[in-house]
Structure formats: C-alpha cells, structure tokens
Write a protein that binds this ligand. Structure first.
Ligand code: AMP
Length: 423
C-alpha cells in the first residue's frame, strides 16, 4: 500500500468539483437546452470521452487545442489516444462509422479536456452543450442552427448576448485569403511580437483575432474576407443574413472572426456575453465544417454545428442575475423518537409514492432531529413519538406555513401529504 499523503488530496489544477445546488443548476441548464433543440428534431448522441488521437488531429495541427492542450497518451495496448478536447470531431467520426440517414441532426452535452492555463471561466475540464447537422448544404440550415443557439440563451433568461457572424468562403476562398493574410503580415513582421510571429508561421488567420496591442495596426490594415468570397459563398452568406433578419435574431457581421479550429468553412459565428469580462466572454461558437467527414475517412459531407460553454453560460447567468441555483431539498422529513423503525418504513413508503423524503439516522433528541428537518429544506416534518406509535398516528407539522400541527392516521399519511403538496 502506498502511504497516505502528507496533505489531503485535492482536485487537479483547473478541475473542479461541482456540488449542490450548482450541480442541479447544470442539469437544469442541459434539460432546457435539450428541450429547445428537440423541438427542432434534434436527437441526443453520446460519443465516448476517449478517441484515437488521429480523430482530434483532424481539427487542425496548427491549432493550440491540438498542439499544446490535448490530454493524449498511449493506451495499455499501445494505441495513441486522447481525452476529447471538444465534441465535433467525435460526433463526425460516429457519423462516418454508423452511416445514419441524412440529415443527421444531433445534440450533445458533456465534458471536454484541454490543458490550458486555468483562470476564471477557463478550466482544464469543462462542459459544453451543442448540436451538429450532417448532410445538408442549405443556408437556411445555418439560420436554424444559429437561431437554436440564440433560443437556448433565451431559455435560461440570458439577454446580454451578442451574435457575431462571418463567412470564411469556400475552401479555395479561404486558402487564397490565408495566403493574402500571410503576405500582409510578413510584409509588416517588424511590428509583430515573438508570439505573433510564431502564430504567423503556423496559422496566419489566427493573427486576425490577436489581442496584443502591438499587433493592432497590422490587424486593422489586414485584407478583408469579403473581397475573397466566391459568388456562391457570397450568396450563401447573404441568404444566412436574410434568414437571421427574418427570424429576428440580431447579429453583427464580424469580418475578422476566424475561430480557432481549422476545419471551418463558409458560415462561422460566435456568441459574446457582454455581462462578462473580455477574458471569458466567448460563451459559444460554431460554423460549417464541410470537409471534416472526408478527413475522417467518410465521403464528402456538409456539416454545421455549435458548442456552447456551460461553465461560461452559468457565469453569464450570475452576472445577469438570472437562472439562479435552487436548493430544492426534500418535501418531508421524518422525525422518529421511537427507535428508527418507523422512520425506515415511512420514508420508504413516501418515496415509493413519489414524495421526496428524508430522515435522521442514529436517533437523537427531538430538538436535534428538528434541526436536521429544518436543514433538509422539507416543507413538512412527520413526527412519530411513543404516543403516536401507540395511537397508530403521525403528527404533521408545517415547517414553512403557520398551519397548526395535526394528527393523521398512519395509514392515511401518504395520501394526506400528497394532498397538502398538491401532487
Ligand atoms: P471551442 O470549442 O473552442 O469553439 O469553444 C466553444 C465554447 O466552449 C467557448 O465559447 C467557451 O464558452 C467554451 N470553452 C472552451 N474552452 C473552455 C475552457 N477551457 N473552459 C471553459 N469553457 C471553455
């Protein structure tokens, strides 16, 4: 046996325990999200947490997520695997593997892992909800997908959210634009810092969202994507904007929005929570990724999706004072002064009838058991003392209202509680 540690174990840096009532709030957020997207015909998909490393390398070997942040390791059988840093690649891998009929409209929720430098709103283990649609090349789908993300913010009461949209053009448009951006920054490389020069080498488009003050001049003067869009890409983007206007989803066109992952083409979008500081105000984003299914070994398939950061959505809820955590507690707490058998049986009966019920273990005085009852958040305490036991009764005490306590026949107590709870 390894000896006990000098200090108690703690969760790893950048990873957190989610305790009640926050855990219930997360579950409620996912439930609202699911309800929103299932109204539009999306069904849940649950890909594994771990995939072959190659699945994620398709996200682009020039991205930080892939080069610096992946939890990758050798499996016991020698396979190179990684904990998922996002869900899109795994979902598309599942699409390629199972050949579902298209359009394949799916939603997901789950934990991702990135070895980032932790700070508020940026963790090494974080949760996302999102959707993906495979097999449709229609700008009206882009509108549907973006409108669903918008509706899921509304579903939890978030209001201070801004939608930024852009088009990266077709594959060739993006390549030509990439070249032009590289040439532009190469010509002005004396202005760039060392980190930016490294980015320029790996992924010139990423420089467009550089926040470094010394880059600002070169970024402002950079070529603009709209000058590189093919007529088809421009028409697609027009139709997306028309659709957003028709659905009254407010947006801003953001010509420098390129997003981190390499596989995006045409429509890209991002949601910014204005109630949060700039460091963590990106609460979600997505776009079209035509080409990813092919990269994963499938036939060419159009795809589009988004991922929203659950941790950050909840931070935004805190900042806007909406969607608060609610500690629900139980409905009923049984106080047993006769040895515990009554509490054992009564809680079981109540739970079987769908009433949330709890009790104290190990006995204790009336006073200490009533304290536990108060702490439990229960509406009613059910008291069983020697007198009640002898009379075949239970005393019902209202812990929130001021109704006088009353005796109820033991056989009728479950029905009586249902009546009082209105269930
Ligand atoms: P991405 O997959 O990088 O496009 O991220 C989509 C969303 O997930 C972001 O807008 C964030 O809200 C959230 N997110 C990404 N990385 C993290 C992280 N390390 N910690 C918390 N949330 C994150």
């Amino acid at each position: 046996m390894t000896p006990a540690p000098d200090q108690p174990f703690r969760a790893l840096t950048g990873m957190r325990d989610v305790l009640a009532p926050e855990s219930a709030r997360r579950r409620a957020l996912v439930a609202r999200f699911a309800a929103t997207v299932e109204l539009a015909g999306y069904r849940e998909v649950q890909p594994p947490l771990v995939e072959e490393l190659g699945v994620f390398l398709r996200m682009g070997e020039a991205t930080d997520v892939v080069t610096k942040e992946m939890y990758d390791f050798e499996d016991r059988d020698g396979t190179r695997v990684a904990l998922r840093p996002e869900l899109t690649a795994g979902v598309v891998r599942a699409f390629v593997q199972h050949h579902p009929t298209t359009p394949w409209k799916v939603w997901y929720s789950g934990t991702n892992f990135r070895h980032e430098r932790p700070q508020r709103g940026r963790y090494r283990s974080f949760e996302q909800v999102g959707v993906e649609v495979l097999g449709v090349d229609d700008p009206d789908l882009d509108v549907e997908v973006i409108a669903l993300a918008w509706a899921s913010f509304a579903a939890i009461g978030l209001r201070q959210v801004r939608l930024l949209v852009n088009s990266l053009g077709e594959h060739e448009d993006r390549d030509r634009y990439n070249e032009a951006v590289r040439d532009h920054f190469l010509a002005r490389r004396s202005e760039l810092g060392e980190a930016s020069l490294a980015t320029l080498k790996r992924n010139p488009l990423r420089l467009l969202d550089s926040k470094r003050p010394e880059d600002a001049g070169a970024v402002a003067a950079a070529p603009r994507i709209e000058d590189f869009l093919s007529p088809a890409a421009a028409a697609h983007f027009e139709r997306v904007q028309d659709g957003l206007r028709a659905l009254e989803v407010p947006f801003e066109v953001a010509p420098r929005l390129v997003r981190g992952l390499d596989y995006y083409r045409r429509t890209t979008f991002e949601f910014v929570a204005d109630a949060l500081d700039a460091a963590q105000n990106a609460i979600g984003g997505g776009g079209r990724y035509d080409g990813l299914a092919e990269d994963l070994g499938g036939s060419p398939t159009d795809g589009i999706g988004f991922a929203l950061g659950v941790d950050r959505m909840l931070l935004a809820c805190d900042a806007e004072a909406v969607f608060p955590a609610q500690d629900e507690g139980v409905d009923v707490f049984v106080v047993d002064l006769t040895g515990g058998a009554a509490a054992r049986d009564l809680t079981h009966e109540l739970r079987s009838a769908g009433v949330a019920a709890d009790r104290r273990f190990g006995g204790g005085s009336m006073k200490s058991q009533m304290k536990s009852a108060d702490r439990s958040g229960a509406r009613f305490a059910l008291l069983v003392g020697e007198d009640e036991l002898a009379a075949g009764q239970v005393t019902v005490r209202d812990l929130r209202g001021d109704a006088p306590q009353s005796g109820v026949a033991r056989d009728e107590v479950v029905a009586e509680i249902h009546r009082r709870l209105g269930t």
